[in-house]
Write a protein that binds this ligand. Structure first.
Ligand code: HMG
Ligand code: MG
Length: 298
């Protein structure tokens, strides 16, 4: 049965901007977060506390966090791959930290420079410190359908990593199709695999749109009752360690679909489109969203 309300987490400032070649100022990123919250987003992935040698685009993490005009009803999340990242992040008072692992061994090595087992050992102290400090903890599982290095990923791998995350106290997991190769039945199987371990209220979908399947995959998992999704304003993004993978499904497109289905999001589509235009102009292009393009050309 379809949910009557869906919660969207905009990951554009992080998943989107981590992949942009041109340097963007912290001020511009802060402006994007402000526009997203003005549009009604209640949960925003702002930045990541990773090595600036690996991902220089997120090197202004503390500056961006410090510049936010926060709202009490908005949750500001940041990525923390290890204790070093967590210790830096906590000074910025995030509401939530995200540890990120993978269902693919090869992707884990390329992305975070360690095996799946080692990644869990690195996450465990992050999770306990965050929970002790009253900070929420999410886990992202990359490559739940396919991997740029290993190809197809069996659903059992997803269950396995979800179990490892659950065992160290991760409260919620995002089932990610990192390179956007999934199609509806495959993504449903990956989601089912995660639901072996986590409850329906504790999972979200994180679908990149490389092959134009992300909206279909969103609908396919909505039909399973999933009601939380990571999406990216203007379709920003990709992962630096997943060559050729494009951004997440555009928040605008998901909002348009959901509203058209009578499903509430609390998001104002016009203001959201403005946020997408703001960041796209800074990047010198049009929003990568069909809904935004349609509205702008009306
Ligand atoms: P490492 O080299 O294995 O770490 O990197 P290390 O502990 O051996 O440390 C090496 C150096 O990095 C040291 O500095 C550390 O201080 C430093 P040096 O002595 O050489 O000057 N360091 C750090 N600096 C800042 N923040 C930290 C940190 N940790 C170590 N947290 C590490 C391991 C994870 C840090 C590295 O591999 C890294 O930063 N990787 C980048 C990962 C990343 O950001 N990927 C993109 C986000 S994930 C994603 O997009 C997928 C997602 O969207 C879901 C999906 O779509 O699939 C979430
Ligand atoms: Mg991603």
């Amino acid at each position: 049965t379809l949910p009557s309300r869906v919660k969207l987490v905009d990951v554009g400032p992080r998943d989107g901007l981590q992949n942009e070649k041109q340097a963007l100022s912290a001020e511009l990123k802060i402006g994007l977060v402000h526009r997203l919250q003005d549009a009604g987003l209640k949960h925003i992935e702002v930045t990541s506390f990773v090595s600036p040698k690996w991902v220089p685009q997120m090197g202004d993490n503390a500056e961006v966090m410090a510049g936010l005009q926060r709202r009490d009803d908005v949750r500001y999340a940041v990525l923390t791959p290890n204790l070093k990242g967590y210790e830096a992040a906590v000074l910025s008072r995030p509401d939530e930290v995200v540890v990120f692992g993978a269902a693919s061994e090869a992707f884990s090595q390329k992305n975070i420079n360690c095996s799946i087992a080692e990644s869990i050992e690195r996450f465990a102290p992050v999770v306990s410190a965050a929970l002790a400090a009253g900070i929420a903890v999410r886990g992202a599982i990359s490559c739940t359908v396919g991997c740029p290095y290993e190809g197809d990923i069996a659903p059992e791998r997803v269950t396995l990593v979800a179990r490892l995350m659950k065992d160290i106290g991760v409260q919620h997991i995002g089932v990610a199709d990192t390179i956007g190769v999934g199609t509806p039945r495959k993504v449903q199987r990956a989601m089912e695999a995660a639901l072996q371990v986590y409850a329906l209220d504790e999972v979200s979908g994180h679908f990149h749109d490389t092959y134009g399947q992300a909206l279909a995959n969103t609908l396919a998992t909505l039909e399973m009752g999933v009601w939380q999704y990571d999406t990216s304003v203007a379709g920003l993004g990709g992962c630096p360690y997943a060559k050729g993978a494009t951004g997440n499904v555009a928040t605008e497109d998901v909002v348009y679909m959901l509203h058209g289905m009578g499903i509430e999001t609390g998001i104002d589509l016009d203001r959201l489109i403005d946020a997408g235009v703001y960041i796209s102009q800074a990047l010198g292009r049009q929003p990568n969203s069909r809904a935004a393009t349609a509205v702008l050309n009306k």
